[in-house]
Design a protein around this ligand. Structure first.
Ligand code: ATP
Ligand code: MG
Length: 555
C-alpha cells in the first residue's frame, strides 16, 4: 500500500541522530524482546515497527529476543506465533532468533561476580518479612539481616541454591543497592529466584532463574544493543538497568529509552486479559477476528502494510493516550479502497424474478474489477431470469430518498440492466421473499432510450451460478472505550460483536483471492475468505465497513 513515504521522526530517532553525529555510536542495533507468554497484539506492532523501522532506516540491525525467564507461563506455541507475526509484518531479525535463556550461563556468572564484589547476597527472609522491610513510597526500607553475610558464605549459599538444595521460595539472591532509594526497584531487588520448572529451551538444566530486570540489560549488553527501547512503565527500572551494567564486567553500554504504550479504544491490550478472553472462551481463539492480536487482525483481513501505516500515523511519544479504533480502520480502508478488487455478494437475500427474461436462458456480462483502476481488468458474470438481491434494497413503498428498488419503480442492477418491480410474494410472517419485475433489455451499459432517469443502483448475485456463503460481521468487542478501567472487563464484552449472515456470492472467488486478501463486496464492505470455509460453504470475514461507522457511536 502507499505507506507514508517520508521517514518518521520522533524523540528516539532524534537521540539516535545525535549519538551518530557525536560519534557515541557508529552503527545502530535494536531488539524486540517479547515474552513468549501469549500472542502479539497491535501494541507490540508499535514496538516492532519502532525497533525494526529504526534498524532499517539507519542501516543497522534488530534482534528478535525471547525474554524467557519465567518458564511457568511460557510456551513454544507462543514462540512460533511471535516469529510468524513479526515476519508477516514484513520484518527480518538479525541472524537466528535469540533467547534470554541462551545467556543463562553468563547471567549466572555475572550474579557470582556481583556476589564476589560484595554487591549481592542470598536472603533467607520470608516473602512477608521482605515485603515489610521494603518500605513504601514515603518510607525508606530496612536492611535485611542477611545483607552483611560474608562474600564467602554468599557464594556457598548461591551455589546451593543453584544445585537445588533449597526448595522454592526458601531464599533468593538480591542485589545490594540502597534500601532508602526513592526508587523502589533499587531497594535491593531480587535478581535470582528458585523455580523448579521445566523450561521450553533449557529443559531441566536450571532450578534458579534470573529476574527480568537483571536479565534484560545484560542480554542487551551481550548482543551489543545500542538503544534499548521499552514502554514507560520501565522508566524507574532504568536506574537498575544502569546499575547492573555499571557493576559487571562487560564492554558494552546499552541505554534504555522509554516511549508510551499504545492503548486502543474498545479493546484490551494486555496479555493477561487477552489470555483470559481465550481461556474463558469469550472469543474463538487467539486469532478470533475480533481480537486485537496480530493473528486476529490478519484473519480479519488487515494487510501488513495497513498495520505498519497505523504505527506510523500514531507516532512515538512519551505521552500516554488512547487511540480511536477509527484510526486503525482508516488505515485498512485506505489500503483496500485502492487495492481490493470489487465483487458482489448478497448477505440477506430475497429473490428477484425477471418475468420477461426468457426462461432457461442466460447470458454473460462483463464487470470491471475496480471502478477507478482499469489495470485490474474485468470479470464475467452470469446473468439469468432469477437473481438474489438484499432484502434491505427493496421496499413496497418509500419516499424519494430511498434510491433502491420500490414497487412500480425502476432501479439498475449493478453491471447489468434496469428493472422495474411489479409485485411481491411474502412468507407467513409477512416478509417479502420474492419480488417479480420486468427488465428493460435496452439498458445494458446505457441509460434508458427515452430519457428516463434511473438513479438507484443495487447489487445482485445470479441464482443459477451464485455460491452459498456465510458472512461474519464484526463489531467492537467491548461496549466501553476503556474496558480495562471496568471492575471486571469481561462484563463489558459486547454480546453483538459477531453477527452471522447467510447469503450468496458471485462464483469463483476462492480461485482468485486478491493479493491484498480482501474484496470489496460492492455497497456492503470489505471481506476476506476465512479458514473455516469448506467446499460446501464459503465463509467470509468482514474486514471493515465501507465508511466509518464508529463516528456514530453514542447516538
Ligand atoms: P503485556 O502487558 O500485554 O503483557 P508486555 O509488555 O508484558 O505486554 P512483552 O512481551 O514483554 O509484553 O512486550 C514486548 C515488547 O513490546 C516490550 O518492549 C513492550 O514494551 C512492548 N509492548 C507491549 N505492549 C505494548 C503496547 N501496548 N504498546 C507499545 N509497546 C508495547
Ligand atoms: Mg512483559
Amino acid at each position: 500500500m502507499a505507506e507514508t513515504e517520508h521517514r518518521p521522526t520522533n524523540f528516539i530517532r532524534q537521540i539516535i541522530d545525535k549519538d551518530l553525529a557525536n560519534g557515541v555510536h557508529t552503527s545502530i542495533k535494536t531488539r524486540f524482546p517479547p515474552e513468549p507468554n501469549g500472542f502479539l497484539h497491535i501494541g507490540h506492532a508499535k514496538s516492532i515497527c519502532l525497533n525494526f523501522g529504526i534498524a532499517r532506516d539507519y542501516q543497522g540491525s534488530c534482534n528478535l529476543r525471547f525474554d524467557d525467564t519465567n518458564p511457568a507461563k511460557e510456551d513454544i506455541e507462543f514462540v512460533n506465533s511471535i516469529q510468524q507475526d513479526v515476519k508477516w509484518l514484513g520484518f527480518e531479525w538479525d541472524g537466528e532468533a535469540r533467547y534470554s535463556s541462551d545467556y543463562f550461563d553468563q547471567l549466572h556468572g555475572f550474579a557470582v561476580e556481583l556476589i564476589e564484589k560484595g554487591l549481592a547476597y542470598v536472603d533467607f527472609s520470608t516473602q512477608e518479612a521482605m515485603r515489610e522491610m521494603r518500605g513504601t513510597l514515603t518510607e525508606p526500607g530496612k536492611n535485611s539481616p542477611y545483607r552483611d553475610t560474608s562474600i564467602e558464605t554468599n557464594l556457598q549459599e548461591f551455589a546451593k541454591m543453584t544445585a537445588g538444595e533449597y526448595p522454592e521460595g526458601h531464599c533468593s539472591l538480591r542485589a545490594k543497592i540502597d534500601m532508602t532509594s526513592p526508587f523502589m526497584c533499587m531497594r535491593d531487588p531480587v535478581i535470582y529466584r528458585i523455580k523448579f520448572a521445566h523450561h521450553h529451551q533449557t529443559g531441566e538444566k536450571w532450578c534458579v532463574y534470573p529476574m527480568y530486570d537483571f536479565t534484560h540489560c545484560i542480554s542487551d549488553a551481550i548482543e551489543g544493543i545500542t538503544h534499548s527501547l521499552c514502554t514507560l512503565e520501565f522508566q524507574d527500572n532504568r536506574r537498575l538497568y544502569d546499575w547492573v551494567i555499571e557493576n559487571i564486567t562487560i564492554d558494552c553500554t546499552p541505554h534504555q529509552y522509554e516511549f508510551s504504550r499504545l492503548n486502543l479504544e474498545y479493546t484490551v491490550l494486555s496479555k493477561r486479559r487477552l489470555i483470559q478472553l481465550v481461556e474463558e472462551k469469550h472469543v474463538a481463539g487467539w486469532d478470533d477476528p475480533r481480537m486485537p492480536t496480530i493473528a486476529g487482525l490478519r484473519r480479519r483481513g488487515y494487510t501488513p502494510g495497513s498495520v505498519r501505516e497505523f504505527c506510523l500515523r500514531i507516532g512515538v511519544t512519551k505521552m500516554d493516550n488512547m487511540v480511536e479504533m477509527s484510526m486503525l480502520e482508516a488505515c485498512i480502508r485506505d489500503d483496500l479502497n485502492v487495492n481490493a478488487p470489487r465483487a458482489m455478494a448478497v448477505l440477506e437475500p430475497i429473490k428477484l424474478v425477471i418475468e420477461n427474461y426468457p426462461e432457461g436462458e442466460s447470458e454473460t456480462l462483463t464487470a470491471p474489477n475496480h471502478p477507478n483502476d482499469e489495470s485490474m481488468g474485468t470479470r464475467n458474470l452470469n446473468f439469468g431470469r432469477e437473481v438474489w438481491i438484499e432484502a434491505e434494497d427493496f421496499r413496497e413503498s418509500a419516499n424519494k430518498k430511498f434510491k433502491r428498488l420500490v414497487l412500480d419503480k425502476e432501479v439498475r442492477l449493478r453491471n447489468a440492466y434496469v428493472v422495474k418491480a411489479n409485485r411481491v410474494e411474502k412468507d407467513a410472517e409477512g416478509n417479502v421473499t420474492t419480488v417479480y419485475c420486468t427488465y428493460d433489455a435496452d439498458t445494458l451499459g446505457k441509460d434508458p432510450a427515452d430519457g428516463r432517469k434511473v438513479k438507484g443502483v443495487i447489487h445482485w448475485v445470479d441464482v443459477a451460478s451464485g455460491e452459498p456463503a456465510q458472512f461474519r460481521l464484526y463489531d467492537r468487542l467491548f461496549n466501553v472505550p476503556n474496558p480495562a478501567a471496568e471492575d471486571d472487563f469481561v462484563d463489558a464484552i459486547n454480546p453483538d460483536s459477531l453477527i452471522v449472515k447467510s447469503g450468496w456470492v458471485e462464483p469463483g472467488l476462492p480461485g482468485r483471492v486478491p493479493e491484498v486478501g480482501s474484496w470489496q463486496f460492492e455497497r456492503t464492505g470489505y471481506f476476506c475468505l476465512d479458514k473455516d470455509s469448506t467446499p460446501e460453504q464459503l465463509v467470509f470475514n468482514q474486514t471493515v465497513g465501507l465508511r466509518d461507522t464508529w463516528a456514530k457511536i453514542g447516538d
